[in-house]
Ligand binder design. Structure first.
Ligand code: BGC
Length: 758
């Protein structure tokens, strides 16, 4: 084998160690020795992240002359490139053609699987199954690293309480407790215990911070909130991911307290590093440094200086660092030590990945065949999908269906491979996904299935154009709406049951896909109404990346299975549930509103001084004149083909001291006709405290499998920290007093117990 050692390793022997290393960071002798060799320009080069294009470009810029820039030592990492051979070529340029031979970070957005696409994250979170989520991340890492990638721009852990915001699809929903568990599971899955393992990659917590609170649900918009809300409700998942060891953080597009996150020193240094002790590196979002010009923070030199001084280490695509930092150093606006420190953090990441030992460790051309799209990976995708589905309604117990039924399968998403993967799946191939039609045929070969499209996803051509930027997702048929409908009704004529696959196309949610009207488009509403008029049982398999407004549909005599965008095994997983091979067990992780006017909406709301009356109308109460305060579908809600009964809620102690844990037990019985899994949930209410408390907030859950007729005692432990909150001084404290707990199958759980913290 040729000697492919980076040149700098050869000089290590003569390098002197032990130079001053910034703050807490542990000195890595190899990195310190290398830093000593580097010119200011070479250090600035490491802070530059480019994309040669070919992937998804989410800004208006794509990098140019990438190869020349690498050769010139002006690039620290690339993203949007994959394949072991291509990555080897890129590393070869970096290692052999530059003065110091520093290998590249190779990033990518692997949000819900690499080639084996899992359900969109909001769907996946609806499984409430942390082992499963960790396994999906582990498989994503195995596949991505086989294809040359060593750094993932995931997990996205932004709390989202506004379903108009399309990126609610990319996270775990509204709740900081659940969101924190998911964040940890994903970091564990991507990084595992050892980053030098060739099947692991660096995790990036994003988008730091508060991106999910964009005003009006409009993407990239301003955010503004109190510190106590930030600390209690929005920051916990980022912190959980960092505590779990995430090596990198991505700053968000939005401003926080009036300063864009990418240039916000309070966020990136005071909080992230000084308070939370984060030692990894921070990368900007796509051109978010440059975008600070539009935010009104100055010219490119000013915003670049602001960012690096705030604690941002790497500049994604915009090249503001590359083109202005030297000048800022010369003018005394940025210190060389600040640049050295940012560079150090990036070199440490490369060191931890083992790239200095072997820059080609992710370039094994035998791996893709061995590790990508294996049967085992696809099996996990099928399991993940079926566990993500949430049953909203089972009219006259229509479900599960018989495998010999005569089925009219209709709807614009019933035979659409293009929409199975969901948003942010640029590494997946939609054509490899199993359509719903194919899945039904696979699982029930003896069923008699007649298919008809029935309607377009939407008839609005200008809307379709916006949805189709990444490919054909919303295709409008040549046929008239009337003709499409007639075909569906014809297919229904001889059917025992109608299954209508309706909802959102993949790119109707996701980045830059905010909607002000989150109902099912009118073209499909018409289809659904007409189908119910046939008098036949109708099952809606409802696809979306976000909570929708489905007031009308829920009132119709239909069954509804929410299937999100299920991923590569979509059709098989849907069929597993429709035919009862898997009993649905998912529960909502974001509240579904009655109408857009209720937004923002979430389960952990506070009481007001004037709570809405439970009975007759009274003036001067906190309520709407035209709709109840309660959502359409509550956080934690989801039905099963069986039923569960909760009894005998007990606490291990009625009084506890500070620092003590308490056990909560409940008997759960499967009282219905099918075996099934129930997600037992525990909510807490701190009755009196120094900051107005939420009426109830999730503090524990467990997935329990029960055979029909079986009872299990479920024990959930409330740890001392679960009673704590950030008070007005932002100290994390538990205040003495009474607590109420509620346990059940959703956030309206009525079984109640109390205890006192002394
Ligand atoms: C998104 C990020 C993503 C980045 C790189 C941005 O537009 O906000 O989530 O990681 O693009 O693709």
């Amino acid at each position: 084998m040729k000697n492919t050692l980076p040149k700098f390793l050869l000089v290590l022997a003569i390098a002197s160690f032990g130079s001053a290393v910034a703050q807490k960071q542990q000195a890595i002798p190899e990195v310190e020795a290398l830093l000593k060799k580097m010119t200011l320009e070479e250090k600035i080069g490491q802070l530059n992240l480019l994309t040669p294009g070919g992937g998804v470009a989410t800004g208006s810029v794509v990098s140019k002359n990438v190869e020349e820039k690498i050769k010139a030592g002006n690039v620290g990492g690339l993203f949007g490139v994959s394949g072991p051979d291509k990555i080897r070529q890129a590393q070869e340029i970096a290692v052999k053609k530059t003065r110091l031979g520093i290998p590249l970070l190779i990033g990518s957005d692997i949000i819900h699987g690499y080639k084996t696409t899992f359900p969109t994250p909001l769907g996946l979170s609806s499984s409430w199954d942390m082992n499963l989520i960790e396994q999906t991340a582990q498989i994503a890492a195995k596949e991505a690293t086989a294809d040359g990638i060593n750094w993932n721009f995931s997990p996205m852990v932004d709390i989202a309480r506004d379903p108009r915001w399309g990126r609610i699809a990319e996270g775990a929903g509204e709740d900081p407790y659940l969101g924190s568990q998911v964040a940890k599971a994903m970091v564990r899955g991507y990084q595992q215990k050892d980053l030098t393992n060739e099947a692991t990659m660096i995790a990036t917590v994003k988008h730091f911070a508060l991106y999910g609170a964009s005003e009006g649900g409009r993407d990239y918009n301003t955010t503004d909130m109190s510190r106590v809300r930030m600390f209690n409700e929005y920051l916990p998942p980022y912190k959980a991911a960092i505590d779990a060891g995430a090596e990198s953080v991505m700053s968000s597009f939005n401003d926080v307290d009036g300063v864009p996150a990418s240039g916000n020193k309070w966020l990136l240094t005071d909080l992230l590093r000084d308070k939370w002790g984060f030692e990894g590196f921070v990368v900007s979002d796509y051109t978010s440094v440059n975008e600070m010009i539009a935010h009104g923070m100055g010219d490119l030199q000013a915003v670049s200086a602001l960012s690096i001084n705030a604690g941002l280490d790497m500049d994604m695509v915009g090249e503001g660092f590359l083109t202005t930092l030297k000048k800022s150093v010369d003018e005394g606006k940025v210190s060389e030590e600040t640049i050295t420190q940012a560079c150090r953090r990036i070199l440490v990441a490369k060191y931890k990945l083992g790239l200095f030992k072997d820059p080609y460790k992710y370039s094994d051309s035998k791996r893709p065949k061995r590790d990508i799209l294996t049967d085992a990976n696809k099996k996990l995708a099928r399991e993940a999908a079926r566990k993500s589905f949430v049953l909203f309604k089972n009219e006259n117990n229509t479900l599960p269906l018989s495998k010999t039924a005569k089925i009219a399968l209709v709807g614009p998403l019933a035979d659409s491979k293009n929409n199975m993967l969901g948003t942010w799946a640029p590494t997946g191939d939609p054509q490899l996904s199993v359509s719903i039609l194919e899945g039904l045929k696979n699982v029930a070969p003896n069923a008699r299935i007649t298919y008809a499209k029935g309607a377009n996803i939407s008839n609005d051509t200008s809307f379709a154009k916006k949805v189709n930027v990444f490919g054909p997702r919303l295709e409008i048929s040549e046929e008239s709406a009337e003709a499409l409908l007639a075909e569906a009704l014809k297919a229904a004529e001889n059917a025992d049951v109608i299954v209508a696959v309706v909802g959102e196309a993949s790119e109707m949610s996701g980045e830059a896909a905010s909607r002000t009207d989150i109902s099912i488009p009118e073209s499909q509403k018409v289809l659904i109404r007409e189908l119910t008029k046939t008098g036949k049982p109708v099952v809606l398999a409802l696809m979306s990346g976000r909570p929708l407004v489905i007031m009308e549909e829920l009132d119709l005599p239909v069954s509804i299975l929410q299937i999100w965008h299920p991923g590569i095994e979509a059709g098989n997983a849907v069929a597993d549930v429709l035919f009862g091979d898997y009993n649905p067990s998912g529960k909502l992780t974001a509240t579904w509103p009655r109408n857009v006017g209720q937004i923002p909406i979430y389960h952990s709301e506070k009481n007001t001084g004037r709570p809405a009356p439970s009975e007759a109308f009274e003036k001067f109460k906190s309520q709407y004149l035209d709709a109840p305060n309660a959502p359409l579908l509550a956080f934690g809600f989801g039905m099963s083909y069986t039923t569960f009964d909760y009894k005998n809620l007990q606490v291990s102690k009625k009084e506890i001291a500070q620092g003590e844990a308490i056990e909560v037990s409940v008997d759960v019985t499967n009282t219905g006709a099918y075996d099934g899994t129930e997600i037992v949930q525990l909510y807490l209410h701190d009755v009196v405290r120094s900051l107005t408390p939420p009426m109830r907030t999730l503090k524990g859950f467990e997935n329990v499998f029960l055979k029909k007729g079986e009872t299990k005692t479920v024990v959930l432990t409330l740890q001392a920290d679960d009673l704590k909150f950030y008070n007005g001084s932002l100290d994390f404290v538990a205040e003495a007093g009474d607590f109420e707990i509620f346990v059940g199958g959703d956030s309206n759980a009525s079984l109640k117990e109390t205890f006192t913290l002394n």
